[in-house]
Design a protein around this ligand. Structure first.
Ligand code: FES
Ligand code: FES
Length: 950
């Protein structure tokens, strides 16, 4: 290896270093110098996380070879722009205006904006957006609006037109009145200044003895018998310490499998971590190479040779359920769970629909959406000072991950510790503990600290995706436009791992036709395993699959009747006392008020679309009703602890895993409010947080299902109460910290909340009927999309997204807005471009269709109804999943409104829209896809289910 001595002027100082001119990128060099504020996300030049300024120009340093950088060049990194003690106005504005969520993209955006403001101190919003588009800065969390707000405000401050105080929420003036206010994320400034260490940054700073693990992921087939794996060459490669295979694993070498529905047939423990007999998916791992450096491990992994015998690949539900399809897992049928839905006179629904005045039907595909967090997957594992096998990762559910890891490696759970690293986003994929378990296996086998990280292509292949589904649906109305009955048959593709597939599929019969009043309904939802990526949670978790069909049918019916889609919805939303599709009452009925709020905005948007519609650029407006349940129903629980650590000073412990959504901010807000009745002067500065570490924090459950604020809030109330009771003296004043210590009274108290103690709700729908109320709270959301369709190309541009929502009482306005804007930006991608079908092609964010800033409108708005959930903590319900429930269908409906093209199978790519336009231009009619074959006839299946109750 021939190395080079080089000097660059970095952040104003000459820095000398030694590099490998052939291998090193500028990003690698900068990060080795300790300047880890420059993040590497995609590593292929498509996300801008690694942006820095080289000789005055913004560049993406992950693809800039160091040998192409001239000696003594000037480099500005995020660390040179400002520090937490002295932040630049850009950093300050990003933090205070809610533009930092997971923060992984933030340094790249700030560096990029810094260069823009040097060049153009007074940009327009569109110029800012153009700049980020040109420099490929991608944010997956925020929906971009708050980032542009921050740049505009920073520019005003720099021009002397505003001060920092003008954009600061002065919480000292608001003591006792914090709920709903924009309290900033405690970790936001560290993220904005590039000093927050994420997984790969932590790896770089680990002790020199740390070993590096690279996954051997052959990526040769989606389904194959393994005939031979030859590691001999890999083992001889420089720096290699060991190649770990399945036979080295003492534990179960697979993830746990919970059966949620009694109607699920026995599921095998099929999610193997290191496969040795059969490959069931492209991202399967056959071994792990352990070496002294990451490069050595990677180079050796490339030398592993795998011989296979190809088996039939079932890459979607339709293929996997064909009668002649072989079993993907030997011990289970491909279709493994069923959830029926009967409401009203369900036996007669087919005839009712056949005989109705109006009937619409269609077949709809809800696609396989990749999460595409900018940070991929990265883990460290080591034995801590107490001998606990410690796994630092992107855990979304630290305690369940601990269980998974323990089983996989063959240790007791008490011997495992799971810690969540600062996390560069996940949106749900990080619920799966496969990579955490692999890291733990490597650590246990090697009895040494290890670091495991994947490149982005591996991450895309390895991580789970939103499970796609196919639905045949019908809807019937009477002559007055009142819905009389609905029917659906849905099949969900859960990839090669059935785990959670029987939980997620239940969302289809829960959110089909939500929140309308449908007196009679009949439906079936089933799940199958396939050879594609395993299904994992993603914001909305199963509900978008329902809305893809349901909200399209609603729009189609309005069109058929000749009613405005708004009016048709208004006529059919459930009113107080009317039941949902599960024959239970809605917990609230804010629907009419929400539609009233949307009405003037809708009228304005329709008028504008009409005025600006041209034969070349068609304009349209689309609506979709959405919503989601909060929490896990009667099974839910949460524990938090609060400790008095000084007079008026507290330490809170919980596992509200912060994936970027604001777990720290939410936890702080909940505890401020919980302590308020006893200590009304407590401020955000008085509470420190210790979060997401199983060694110190009680189990608050998973950061999923829109449950965190609700469950943590409930537990916080109990913890605060318990502490206050312990501190209270006979005269009703409170003991000081010193008095507590002197009297030997414990200073730490837990709050343990159990849902079933409060509510008579279920965990699931009735597996025989689909009836019941399996939730304690809801979020309701109504979306409107404004689009323009280019007739020549078929390309759809979303010009505006509006959401009117009901989340109970807003706990933190920035966090709720962040979820709303972020959710809508994902929904635009889901509707128009995102896909993970082609495992060989969709290997990075660009190829898989991530929305860049110009794909998301600057006109993006969330209007929160002033609600109050009487069940919820402090009046709140939950505020996440609903924001990515049906908004994609609003876009699809808007396309239809614009140009008459109904897209039945998303994404609505330019090619599909253009094909539809061509049919219309020739006077043809766009037909839905042929009715899908989803397995044995659904009426027969329903009869079988009725005859065999569980
Ligand atoms: S562009 Fe460099 S990390 Fe994505
Ligand atoms: S805050 Fe931008 S990617 Fe997370």
């Amino acid at each position: 290896m021939k190395l080079r001595k080089m000097t660059l002027n970095i952040n104003g100082a000459d820095r000398m270093f030694i590099c490998d001119p052939e291998k090193d990128t500028l990003a690698a060099v900068i990060r080795r110098l300790g300047l880890t504020g420059t993040k590497v996300g995609c590593g292929t030049g498509v996300c801008g996380a690694c942006s820095l300024i080289l000789n005055g120009k913004v560049i993406r340093s992950c693809t800039k070879k160091i040998k192409t950088v001239e000696e003594y060049s000037s480099v500005i990194t995020i660390e040179g722009i400002g520090t937490p003690m002295h932040p630049h106005p850009l950093q300050y504005a990003m933090v205070h205006l809610g533009a930092v969520q997971c923060g992984f993209c933030s340094p790249g955006f700030i560096v990029s904006a810094y260069a823009l403001l040097q060049e153009n101190p007074n940009p327009t919003r569109e110029e800012v957006r153009d700049w980020f588009q040109k420099n490929r800065n991608v944010c997956r969390c925020t929906g971009y609006k708050q980032i542009v707000d921050a740049v505009m405000s920073a520019a005003e401050i720099m021009r002397g037109e505003k001060t920092l105080a003008d954009i600061t929420y002065d919480y000292k003036k608001d003591v006792g009145n914090y709920y709903g206010k924009p309290i900033v994320r405690p970790n936001a400034m560290a993220k904005a200044c590039g000093v927050c260490d994420y997984g790969d940054d932590i790896t770089l700073k680990m002790p020199a003895e740390t070993l590096h693990v690279w996954l051997v992921m052959p990526r040769v087939a989606n389904h194959a018998k393994i005939l031979k794996i030859d590691y001999s060459e890999a083992e001889k490669m420089p720096g290699v310490v060991k190649v770990i295979t399945a036979k080295d694993v003492d534990g179960a070498n697979h993830l746990m499998m919970f059966q949620f529905s009694p109607r699920t047939i026995a599921m095998d423990q099929v999610h193997k971590l290191l496969v040795d007999e059969t490959i069931v998916n492209y991202g399967n791992v056959v071994a792990m190479v352990v070496a002294d450096t990451k490069d050595h491990a990677k180079e050796a992994a490339d030398k592993v040779k795998v011989e296979i015998e190809q088996l039939p690949e079932y890459m979607n539900y339709l293929d996997a359920v064909m009668p002649d399809a072989m079993r993907i897992h030997p011990n289970m049928e491909n279709i493994y769970t069923w959830q029926p839905l009967y409401k009203g006179d369900s036996d007669n629904v087919p005839e009712m629909i056949d005989d109705a005045e109006y009937m619409v039907e269609g077949s709809f595909y809800s696609s396989r959406e990749p999460h595409m967090s900018i940070e991929g997957d990265t883990i460290q594992a080591y034995y801590d000072e107490d001998g606990l096998l410690t796994v630092q990762c992107k855990a979304m559910t630290t305690y369940f991950d601990r269980d998974d890891i323990a089983q996989a490696v063959g240790l007791d759970v008490e011997q495992i510790r799971v810690v969540e690293n600062p996390t560069g986003g996940s949106f749900g994929w990080a619920m799966n503990a496969a990579s955490y378990s692999l890291a733990a296996i490597a650590c246990k086998v090697m009895q040494a600290p290890i670091a495991l990280s994947m490149d982005y292509a591996q991450f895309m292949a390895f991580s789970g995706k939103r499970p796609p589904s196919y639905t045949n649906g019908r809807l019937a109305c009477d002559k007055d436009g009142k819905i009389i009955a609905g029917e659906f048959d849905a099949g969900m593709d859960h990839g090669y791992d059935p785990a959670l597939g029987d939980d997620e599929v239940i969302k289809i019969p829960r959110f089909m036709f939500f929140p309308y009043y449908v007196p009679h309904a009949l439906g079936l939802a089933r799940t199958a395993v396939t050879n594609h990526s395993h299904g994992v949670p993603y914001r909305g978790y199963g509900a978008p699959n329902a809305y893809t069909a349901g909200e399209a049918l609603i729009d189609m019916m309005a069109e058929k009747i000749g009613m405005d889609p708004f009016d048709f919805r208004y006529k059919n939303i459930a009113r107080p006392g009317q039941t949902n599709i599960n024959s239970a009452e809605f917990l609230q009925y804010p629907m009419e008020e929400m539609m009233d709020k949307m009405k003037p905005l809708y009228d304005k948007a329709v008028a504008e679309a009409k005025a600006k519609d041209t034969p070349e650029k068609r304009r349209g407006v689309g609506l979709a009703w959405g919503g989601y349940n909060v929490g896990l129903g009667s099974d839910d629980f949460a524990n938090v602890a609060i400790e008095l650590v000084g007079d008026g000073k507290f330490m809170k412990y919980d596992t509200w895993q912060d994936q970027g959504q604001g777990g720290d901010q939410g936890s702080l807000v909940c505890m401020l409010e919980a302590l308020k009745p006893y200590f009304p002067n407590v401020t955000p500065d008085d509470i420190k947080l210790l979060q997401a570490d199983t060694k110190y924090c009680p189990n608050t459950g998973e950061s999923a299902g829109s449950r965190s604020h609700f469950a943590n809030g409930k537990a916080s109330i109990l913890a605060a109460q318990n502490l206050a009771n312990a501190m209270r003296k006979e005269d009703s004043t409170y003991r000081t910290y010193d008095e507590m210590i002197k009297e030997g009274i414990p200073t730490r108290y837990e709050g343990n909340w159990v849902a079933e103690a409060e509510w008579d709700c279920y965990r699931f729908l009735d597996p025989n009927t689909g009836q019941g109320n399996p939730t304690y709270a809801y979020t309701y959301a109504l979306f409107m999309a404004e689009v323009e369709v280019n007739v020549a190309t078929g390309k759809t541009t979303v010009l505006g997204m509006t959401c009117v929502d009901w989340v109970g009482k807003v706990g933190n306005i920035q966090a709720v807005n962040g979820q709303a804007f972020g959710g809508m930006s994902h929904a635009i991608g889901f509707a128009l471009s995102e896909n993970y079908e082609d495992v060989k092609k969709h290997t990075n964010m660009f190829a898989a269709g991530i929305p860049y800033i110009k794909d998301v409108p600057d006109k993006i708005e969330a209007i929160h109804l002033d609600g109050f959930d009487k069940n919820g903590p402090f009046g709140s319900s939950g505020a996440s999943e609903a924001f990515q429930s049906s908004d994609h269908v609003a876009v699809v409906n808007a396309i239809n409104n614009a140009c008459g093209v109904r897209i039945y199978e998303i994404p609505a790519t330019p090619a599909k829209v253009k094909a539809g336009l061509d049919i219309l231009a020739k006077g043809g009619k766009i037909e839905p896809p042929k009715k899908y074959y989803l397995g044995p006839d659904f009426i027969d299946e329903l009869q079988k289910i009725k005859a065999n109750p569980v």
